[in-house]
Design a protein around this ligand. Sequence first.
Ligand code: IPD
Ligand code: CA
Length: 299
Amino acid sequence: MLTKNRTSVSSKPRKPVSPEVAPRSARPDVGYRRELAAAVAAARAAGRTMRENLYAPKKINATYAHDIKLELDVQCQAMIEKELHDRFPGISLLGEEGDAGDSDSPQRWVVDPIDGTVNFTYGIPHACVSIALQTRVEATAAGKTGRRPAGGGYETVVGVVFDPFCGELWTAIRGGPAYLNGQEIHVTQTTKLREALLSMGFAKARGTLETSLPYFNQLVRRVRKVRMMGSAALALTYVASGRFDAYVESGIRLWDIAAGGLIVECAGGEFWHEPIAGRHAYRMVASNGRLRKKLQAIG
Ligand code: IPD
Ligand code: CA
């Protein structure tokens, strides 16, 4: 049974929602509406291709000990890039499958075309498209707000995550609420680890695996359940939606977490992350804001 303080959008009957993002009356005046609409359109286009190909044989471009790269990763990113570039030719793109334009420009899209590629390769319908828009913030401005920007000098202002298999679209604009299919979502209020449902990611690199395993060994004894679902972006949106109380991963890339991290924050949660060695690499704890210190004290 769910704890009393667990809130989830799925516990309420869903009203059919026509606007992509939220009822107009509920929309705060926070700007970036056109950028959000472009990101939603791009995510839906890539999501269509993912759905059409879930059960199809897939061309594998590379395999590693703990990872797979598909031709469809590349094709979906190209599709997203075209959609975004057609509408916003001046904004560069930093993606899991490569960059377009100057990735240090004042604004940049951060794109994971298929997050959960291994699931998708095996026909497991748990994968998504993740698109964030980031703007560069001056060191002084970041210092003033006390906010550590997700991309070393950037902060995420728009976040879109689309799960084409469940038809779930999460959206957020910094300063406003987070939405799932147009309905506002919130993190849980769980404060006790023993009541918490946690998700953990196991990175691809041997080094982070070696640090994650002892942590997992402790964590699994302290919380109600640990889940490893295989898509960091979806795990973050599940925290935002009150399905998970927290998500922990010790070696993750910016494109996995930029959009989902903003969605967690806009849903009232905390997106703690700090840079580690490696290109756009981070360790992170996303939570309802009440569990992070307890989670960091483990291990
Ligand atoms: C991976 C997934 C996985 C996470 C890894 C990510 P990919 O992304 O999000 O859940 O544990 O750290 O790299 O390769 O499926 O796009
Ligand atoms: Ca990814």
